[in-house]
Design a protein around this ligand. Structure first.
Ligand SMILES: [Zn+2]
Ligand SMILES: [Zn+2]
Length: 257
């Protein structure tokens, strides 16, 4: 009986999928152009993504590295040397502009989990190459306030963290809560962002993090204010060391100012 039902329903499912493709032909999440075949992004967007992921950046603060900038023996750029980095190392997939920014936005605002998962898989490959992977106890996604999560109907940082967890077999540790609905950080300076985000996070007591080494997970890092405040909250609660993995870093140097 089950086989008989499958015999009839499978052609119907295929027909529905073909009709849906005719009505809504697949479009590239990077440029919104029509896709020639079943692929997440068009060839031009693929090559732009490959370029941005290959761009050099500081392994400590994730800021882009200029052609004449050198790192010291602690893998720190000139900015990191002047300040004391609040996060041991930040692994980023690429720079937040062009195609990568479009795809990240399509995950966040259009619930494009297909493309988002592929980016997260790509990030997982980078995280797997980090010398600190063996140190971490799990991935801690940056939480949203529940109202924002409810409005967007997606928890995109949890989606990225789940993917990193699948690849590395390390757990997702939701140690942070965000009980305070902070205003959007867009357009604010680093100092204003730090003030805006101060005390926004609380610890979820369900997760013991005393002495733990955690990797924070976020989609975009602009000046680092959100990640630094999350790291401060976790360390105050007893976490030993904090690393971070992000999809994109804004193309700016002002991580500390
Ligand atoms: Zn495209
Ligand atoms: Zn740096």
């Amino acid at each position: 009986m089950e086989r008989l039902r499958h015999h009839f329903t499978r052609p119907l499912t295929l027909l529905a999928s073909r009709l849906s493709q005719l009505a809504y032909p697949p479009r590239c999440a990077g440029c919104n152009g029509l896709l020639p075949e079943q692929t997440p992004w068009c060839p031009q967007c693929w090559s732009e993504l490959a370029l941005t992921t290959a761009k050099p950046c500081c392994p400590t603060c994730a800021a882009p590295l200029g052609p004449y900038q050198t790192l010291n023996s602690l893998h720190q750029c000139n900015q990191c040397k002047k300040h004391s980095p609040k996060i041991k190392s930040i692994c980023r997939l690429g720079t937040y502009n062009g195609v990568l920014s479009q795809i990240v936005r399509s995950l966040k605002y259009n619930k494009n989990t297909y493309s988002g998962n592929l980016l997260a898989d790509w990030l997982a490959d980078k995280v797997a190459d980090q010398p600190w992977l063996d140190e971490i106890d799990g991935f801690c996604p940056i939480p949203m306030h529940w109202t924002r999560r409810w409005l967007r109907r997606i928890d995109h940082t949890k989606i990225i963290a789940d993917r990193l967890s699948n690849h590395t077999h390390l757990p997702v540790i939701q140690a942070l809560r965000r009980p305070k609905p902070t205003p959007q950080q867009v357009g604010l300076s680093h100092t204003a962002r730090m003030k805006n985000i101060k005390n926004a996070f609380k610890i979820n007591p369900r997760w013991p993090i005393e002495g733990a080494t955690l990797c924070l997970v976020d989609d975009v890092m602009t000046t680092g204010a959100t990640l630094f405040e999350a790291a401060r909250t976790l360390k105050t609660a007893g976490a030993a060391k904090i690393y971070a993995a992000i999809l994109a870093k804004a193309d700016n140097w002002d991580v500390y100012t």
